[in-house]
Design a binder for this molecule. Structure first.
Ligand SMILES: *[C@@H]1O[C@H](CO)[C@@H](O)[C@H](O)[C@H]1NC(C)=O
Ligand SMILES: *[C@@H]1O[C@H](CO)[C@@H](O)[C@H](O)[C@H]1NC(C)=O
Ligand SMILES: *[C@@H]1O[C@H](CO)[C@@H](O)[C@H](O)[C@H]1NC(C)=O
Ligand SMILES: *[C@@H]1O[C@H](CO)[C@@H](O)[C@H](O)[C@H]1NC(C)=O
Ligand SMILES: *[C@@H]1O[C@H](CO)[C@@H](O)[C@H](O)[C@H]1NC(C)=O
Length: 613
């Protein structure tokens, strides 16, 4: 206040000097005063009695008139003090124009006299800086902005002027930015954001900074605004798989649709630059028929059943691409785990059947066993049933020999069904059975055998020639020609017996025939040997005895040896056809005496023969 008045007096003296030079009216002198804004109502600015040398203000009708007729000041007539009529607001009166000077006149009506005066309203720091926006949004692309890049910011405003206006800006501490101030020559200070360090969205995608504007007051008033910086993505990251190599195992019997593996690739970029899609890379047709890759989820699924025995492992190369054209690669190594899904296989290489009986240990069959599974699943055990005279003999390289244990006897068993059982050691166990039928071939080791050691045949004498008198029979337990029997008469040792003229034999069926009529009286009995011979090699044979008994028939009339009787003799009571009773007395084949007796009378029958028995 004091300094303001002194300054005004100094100015007045200078002005007076110019007024006197021009020689104009003393009334054109201008009185200058100053007051700080916001001064309390009633504060005294000046005393016009003292300053202007006028008195008796009330009588002279003194008044204060501002150019805009506003009653900023009022004149205390008794004392001549100019007092503030209201609080003055420099910003309301003058805005940004500086200095803020209000012109007024002190008017004395009687006699008329007026003084030019001005009131300088001085600024006080009664306003804080304010930013036009509470939040300033900035989008900055990562990578592309080099260090030192400048981003203009809207300046803050402070209604105060001069040193009370904005003097400085500062920025909350951070690693990437600082604020600098640019003077554009209009006296205003413009803040600029300066990049100190390259931005990496993947490291920090957003910055929230506080920009503070400080004015020149003491203490300075401040205003703040948030700066929100979004770091825009640039496709500077390729998708990266979590693992460069995925190793998985899958059972070969896994159903279609099974999940084999799931790969994931990460792309640090955002938006389409970070959207990853998966594709098979360098995949064979076989591979793409077996596996299906979900482009979005990275899941690899089976679309075809696996077969360990065909392919036991797969190598799949995958690619992950982002929307910006960058890609990454990985491999998936798929091991197919064997499951016991193959039955053992048996292949007969050679088979000897029939096997001759009686031969020593003989190879009957040579076969090979195979199981396509691996490990325990592919190990096999081979056996045949018990109770057969055969053995299994393991040979090189999964070959087995089926041997006879010793000589076989066709007559006791001519055929064997050998069941070969092959079991693998997998879980579950799988078994294959194969039956070999072994025929035993015949060897002529059995001679024909007659049903009886001797045969007795009875033949009525006087038989008709070629009469079937009986059958001999022999059997042979061999088979085929070894059992084909031929019967024959063996030569007799009795020179008296002309066997060939008496008997014949059917070589095929053993039927015996009497070739001519036998005469009991001539030959009562005879015997001979018959033979049975098979057609084996060597030939085997056997023999039997046949005894033929000729049965007597009453074919001789008794006659009287003494006295001799002739036909007409009446001694014979029995005529022809009449029974006779005949008796003779024999002594050593000689008829001594013969008796006859007829039942009826008639001529005697003629004695044809009579002999002693
Ligand atoms: C910043 O980018 C976002 C999209 O990323 C957009 O919505 C926003 O309008 C941008 N702001 C400015 C100030 O460019
Ligand atoms: C404004 O500040 C400067 C430096 O602090 C000083 O030299 C100058 O006198 C001040 N001006 C006013 C009108 O106070
Ligand atoms: C910015 O200015 C304000 C007010 O003077 C102060 O509190 C703050 O510490 C300053 N910040 C920096 C980073 O200098
Ligand atoms: C052997 O098997 C065959 C065919 O199944 C059968 O006809 C035959 O009777 C069997 N033989 C033996 C001695 O079991
Ligand atoms: C009686 O028969 C015998 C023998 O036949 C003969 O020799 C004999 O002469 C006969 N006698 C008479 C008388 O015919």
């Amino acid at each position: 206040m004091e300094s303001g008045v002194r300054a005004a007096q100094h100015l007045r003296q200078v002005l007076l000097f110019f007024v006197f030079l021009e020689g104009s009216s003393v009334l054109s002198e201008t009185w200058s005063y100053s007051v700080a804004e916001e001064m309390e109502t009633g504060s005294s600015i000046a005393n016009i009695i003292k300053d202007m040398g006028v008195g008796d203000l009330a009588a002279r009708g003194a008044r204060v008139i501002f150019d805009n007729y506003q009653p900023y000041l009022w004149l205390e007539l008794e004392t001549g003090n100019l007092l503030l009529n209201e609080k003055l607001d420099r910003e309301a009166l003058c805005g940004t124009s500086e200095p803020c000077i209000l012109h007024f006149q002190v008017l004395l009506e009687n006699p008329l006299q007026f003084f030019q005066a001005e009131l300088l309203v001085e600024d006080i720091n009664d306003h804080s800086p304010t930013f036009p926006e509470k939040v300033i949004f900035l989008n900055i692309s990562e990578g592309t902005s080099s260090i030192g890049a400048v981003f203009l910011l809207k300046r803050a405003q402070d209604l105060d002027v001069g040193n009370n206006s904005i003097q400085n800006y500062n920025l909350s501490t951070n690693s990437h930015f600082h604020v600098s101030i640019r003077n554009r020559g209009d006296g205003r200070k413009y803040p600029e954001l300066v990049l100190d360090k390259g931005l990496d969205r993947e490291e920090q995608a957003e910055f929230r900074l506080t920009l503070t504007a400080l004015d020149g007051g003491s203490p300075p008033k401040t205003g703040t605004s948030q700066i929100r910086i979004i770091v825009l993505d640039v496709n500077d990251n390729a998708p990266e798989f979590a693992q460069a190599l995925y190793q998985v195992q899958i059972l070969e019997n896994s159903p279609v649709g099974s999940l084999v593996a799931k790969v994931t690739a990460k792309d640090l970029d955002s938006g389409t630059n970070g959207e990853v899609s998966y594709t098979l890379f360098h995949s064979s047709q076989e591979m793409s028929k077996t596996f299906e890759l979900n482009a979005l989820s990275g899941e690899i699924r089976l679309i075809k059943t696996l077969d360990f025995e065909t392919t036991s492992s797969y190598e799949i190369d995958l690619e992950a691409s982002d929307g910006g054209g960058l890609s990454g690669k990985c491999s998936v190594s798929i091991q197919v785990v064997d499951v016991n899904d193959n039955y053992p296989e048996l292949t007969i290489s050679s088979l000897t059947s029939p096997v001759p009986e009686n031969s020593p240990e003989t190879e009957v069959a040579l076969f090979r066993i195979r199981d396509r599974d691996s490990g325990e699943n592919g190990k096999t055990v081979c056996s045949i049933q018990d109770g057969v005279p055969f053995t299994l003999d393991p040979s090189v390289g999964n070959f087995y020999r089926l041997m006879t244990e010793g000589g076989l006897d066709r007559e006791s068993r001519a055929e064997y069904n050998i069941t070969i059982t092959v079991t693998d050691m997998g879980t579950p166990r799988l078994t294959t059975q194969h039956t070999i039928t072994v025929q035993v071939s015949d060897v002529n080791d059995n001679a024909p055998a007659f049903t009886q050691t001797s045969y007795t045949l009875f033949v009525q004498e006087n038989n008709s020639p070629a009469l079937h008198i009986g059958t001999i029979s022999a059997t042979d337990s061999d088979s085929g020609s070894n059992a084909h029997i031929t019967y024959s008469l063996l030569p007799t040792h009795d020179p008296q017996l002309a066997l060939d003229s008496l008997i014949s034999i059917n070589a095929d069926n053993g039927q015996l025939f009497a070739l001519r009529a036998l005469d009991y009286e001539a030959l009562e009995t005879f015997e001979f040997q018959v033979g049975a011979t098979d057609q084996g090699s060597p030939v085997l044979s056997s023999q039997a005895l046949v005894r033929v008994l000729v049965l007597d028939a009453n074919d001789n009339v008794p006659f009287v040896l003494y006295p001799l009787q002739n036909a007409s003799a009446p001694c014979c009571a029995g005529g022809p056809g009449r029974p006779l009773w005949v008796a003779a007395l024999c002594l050593r084949d000689t008829i001594l005496v013969t008796w006859w007796m007829s039942v009826a009378r008639g001529p005697c029958p003629r004695a044809t023969s009579m002999r002693c028995v």
